[in-house]
Write a protein that binds this ligand. Sequence first.
Ligand code: CLF
Ligand code: SF4
Length: 493
Amino acid sequence: MAPQPKRLGDIPVVPLEGGPTGRPQPVQEADDLPEGVRRRIEDHPCYSEQAHHHFARMHVAVAPACNIQCHYCNRKYDCANESRPGVVSRRLTPAEAIDRVLWVAEQVPELSVVGIAGPGDALANPERTFQTLEGIRRHAPDLKLCLSTNGLALPEHVDTLMELGVEHVTVTVNAVDPGVGARIHPWVRGQGRRLHGEAAAERLIRQQQEGIRRLVERGALVKVNSVLIPGINDRHLREVARVLRGQGVFLHNIMPLIARPEHGTRFGLDGRREPTPAELAAVRDACGGDVRMMRHCRQCRADAVGRLGEDLGPRFEREPPPPALRERAGAAGLRRQAARAAILRGMESRPGRAPETMDPSLRPVRMAVATRGGGLINEHFGHAREFLVYRASPQGVRFEGHRRADLYCSGPQDCGDREAVLQSTLRALEDCEALLCARVGIGPWKALEAAGIQPHVEHAMACIEDGVRAVYEAMAKAGQLQPSPAGLLADVS
Ligand code: CLF
Ligand code: SF4
């Protein structure tokens, strides 16, 4: 009998064997892409899950204003489209932003992408945005340019974006139905005045659809971000994904709502709840048959610097950029290109362990991994604040997402308290059966075992996929993977 979705609140919790429609899950990586497209994403940490282990991006916060309002946003905190709540350290002028990019690009050879993602909307500040992009393109032409927008002003700027070489554009689309959109966006600017309610949502949706159409027509790789808001668009996102597929969108990134009272947003103050990891995974699976699904987003800040999940920003905040960066930009670019080629060679030449043939009826298992990057199991359990979660099954190893332990802390009073962090980590990983890391102390080892999460350090410094596969095969040999009587995963509660 085909596994039936369980229900959790008003969101179907999907058994991991497939989406609720029974369709096979789409591949997540680039194996099935045309060579030209594969080359365009191979070093983009957001567009390629593999690349995110190796390459860095940086955002420059040059766009303070916004032309719409979202109920999950308070700009005193940041753009929730592309950032976690928290003020940007400093808003930059275009000239400051260009110098900062050249400085980071000189110091961080794995930097491959520069994006503008707020703290307002990039295209509500077109002069500042385009001046910045133009300056980066002139002084560091090897860096990919990326931009994130709510889409309201997108149609009129598509030509300029293409002229500037911005081939990676993200549009945040939370709804394709004005009735749903009006519950998320209370107003938008239109024809010199504010529109409210469904008229506002309708204008936003039309502009988004027209902007996406023009971008796809011009060959841009369009990513759509959607914020999953329980009780508002959780069921509707399936329809959003269907529309995106029809439009030729390249990648869909469904992100969990961030809503806390302390952020001062409408949803936070109203007590609208955030989705659980299981709910997020279920909606991604339900939508994943339509468009390639991004699962490694970190909802980064509008001034983020580094690989996803790391923040090198403060390193470049303490002092002003050194002089003569523009004079040295050419030489720095050559060094970066050599570093990039070496990283790509390393990614391609990684041997990879041949999988064993396995009984296809064995149940899948979730495992957490502690990593510092490079695609390796190389982080000490006690130093990790986020974990990558993988699903292993007889069909292979699939990346599912990340979990941040500090999201589960109960507040500043606990901050730095090792026991509180441990408890929050156990809660974050409660649906995982194994944890792979470089090292773990005896106390946390016992706590993990008691929570039903088996620690593994025997694969320290191995490739993540290889380590996860090896643990899965060992569990199979030990007889731990027999299908449950109902044919359902035990770990989707
Ligand atoms: Fe930045 Fe966005 Fe470009 Fe990436 S982020 S503008 S596509 S370079 Fe990436 Fe950050 Fe998620 Fe955005 S992890 S929030 S998806
Ligand atoms: Fe905030 Fe971004 Fe929405 Fe504008 S588009 S209101 S900056 S989340």
